[in-house]
Design a protein around this ligand. Structure first.
Ligand code: ARG
Length: 461
């Protein structure tokens, strides 16, 4: 026997390079607290199946408690000879309760059903933390929207001047996808909450152990229906990696806007000193590094998702060792988001907006042309004609080098007889914005409704 969990049929231990390749303790140690909790649940079903006496169960639970304390304190760590966290913890248990009792725990379970269960447990806890961080960021956006009522800004499509909108509407357009990401986490948790424990290596257990009891004990909603599927599928991990990547992508879109807004060319915002960085050579620099790192991390999170999907593709049933590659990308995505989300929240919460600058730019680029066309439609002109007429107004104003509101009554009338001086009522940014009062529009009442709904959603999530 070589001392490994699987040593019985081997006369020789693994070659050095074999052991180095096989080893996963440097990352799967993150599963240790879950492994111990699941071992305690497993000990209880062994006891109920008559495979552990009540006294043995007590000793076992006690030993596992002490092992957990030592793991948390850092006094029990992986040894060079440990292949993975599961083997290391069995060694630790045996060191605490002796080989006779410690050697009984493994009955009816495999590292295959263990690792699938523990990864799900880890993910459920991690996604809950990430979800809370995402809600904080959404709350910062909602807070800025609420703190800047009536502030107008240029709305853009293709990064070109389009139509004026409220700043609050724009900020809420970044909050909404983040709230959907949190809803995705809640939804993914329904599929994460199915326990593979009791599936054994692939075929299930013959020892009268109750998978449903373990599932309930560990906070799962149910036990898996198919032991082969439960030990070999990782769509739960891919789904989590997708949600994490989507959060990164949504954050990168917000980051990109902040980067643009903070340039002198835009001049919409100033970043707080605490959430920006300087240059080692150019003394004047103040850089939006938080937003750029958010943008950069998104690429890494997408890579983690695509790498994991590539690992899963075309694996035959059931467990294959390829699956050991499932954890690091997901662990990394969580770690990156736990770094960048709080920083994004801090940066957003401390932005200083410049309402005069945004108001000055809001009508630039003839962004009220659509309002002329829609005003004409309200006077009974077909939109096709109204679009032409409004376009002619833009051409006239551009040639004269003036704004649309600076065209004279005579110029308007010459372009089209329906263009009476009353058209001027829509040639203000505020008039344009408040006219868009249908559900989801940029009028202040609609934006306030969004802020109220989002605030309530954040409260209840
Ligand atoms: N460490 C492995 C993993 O992360 C679990 C061990 C399964 N090993 C085995 N030979 N079946 O997937």
């Amino acid at each position: 026997n070589t001392g490994a969990l699987w040593g019985g049929r081997f006369a020789d231990g693994p070659a050095e390079a074999m052991a180095a390749l096989s080893k996963s303790t440097h990352f799967d140690w993150a599963l240790a607290p879950f492994d111990i909790a699941a071992s305690q649940a497993h000990a209880r079903v062994l006891n109920r199946a008559g495979l552990l006496t009540d006294a043995e169960l007590l000793d076992m639970l006690n030993g596992l408690d002490r092992l957990l304390d030592d793991v948390v304190a850092g006094t029990f760590v992986a040894a060079p000879s440990d292949e993975d966290v599961h083997g290391a913890l069995e060694r630790g248990l045996i060191e605490r309760v002796g080989p006779e009792l410690g050697g009984r725990l493994r009955a009816g379970r495999s590292r295959n059903d263990q690792v699938a269960t523990l990864f799900r447990m880890w993910l459920r806890a991690a996604l809950r933390r990430v979800g809370a961080d995402v809600l904080d960021l959404a709350a910062a956006l909602v807070g800025q929207a609420a703190a800047n009522p009536g502030v107008v800004m240029p709305g853009k499509t293709h990064l070109q001047a389009a139509q004026p909108v409220l700043l609050g509407h724009t900020l809420m357009a970044h909050a909404q996808p983040l709230l959907r990401d949190v809803a995705r986490i809640v939804d993914a948790d329904r599929r994460l909450a199915v326990s593979p424990y009791g599936s054994g290596a692939l075929a299930g257990s013959s020892l009268g152990l109750d998978p449903a009891a373990i599932a309930a004990d560990l906070g799962f909603h149910s036990a898996a229906d198919n032991s082969i599927d439960a030990t070999s599928s990782r769509d739960f991990a891919a789904e989590a990696a997708f949600v994490l990547a989507m959060i990164g992508v949504d954050m990168s879109r917000l980051g990109e806007d902040v980067i643009l807004w903070s340039t002198p060319e835009f001049g919409y915002v100033t970043l707080a000193d605490a959430w920006s960085t300087g240059s080692s050579i150019m003394p004047q620099k103040k850089n939006p590094d938080v937003a750029e790192l958010a943008r950069g991390k998104a690429g890494r999170l997408i890579g983690n998702l695509s790498g994991l999907l590539a690992t899963l593709k075309a694996q035959p049933l059931a467990y294959n060792r390829d699956l050991q590659e499932d954890k690091e990308p997901v662990f990394d995505s969580v770690a990156q988001l736990e770094l960048v989300l709080p920083a994004m929240t801090g940066m957003i919460a401390t932005l200083t907006f410049h309402p005069e600058r945004m108001a000055e730019l809001a009508p630039a680029g003839y962004t009220l042309a659509t309002d002329i066309a829609e005003w004409l439609v309200r006077q009974g002109i077909p939109f096709r004609v109204a679009h032409e007429v409004a376009g002619a107004c833009v051409r006239e104003a551009e040639t004269a080098g003036v704004g649309l509101d600076e065209l004279t009554d005579a110029q308007f009338a010459a372009i089209h007889p329906a263009l009476t001086p009353q058209v001027r009522e829509v040639l203000t940014v505020a008039g344009s914005i408040e006219s868009r009062n249908a559900l989801g529009g940029t009028a202040s009442g609609q934006v306030q409704r969004q802020i109220d709904v989002a605030g309530a959603t954040i409260e209840q999530l």
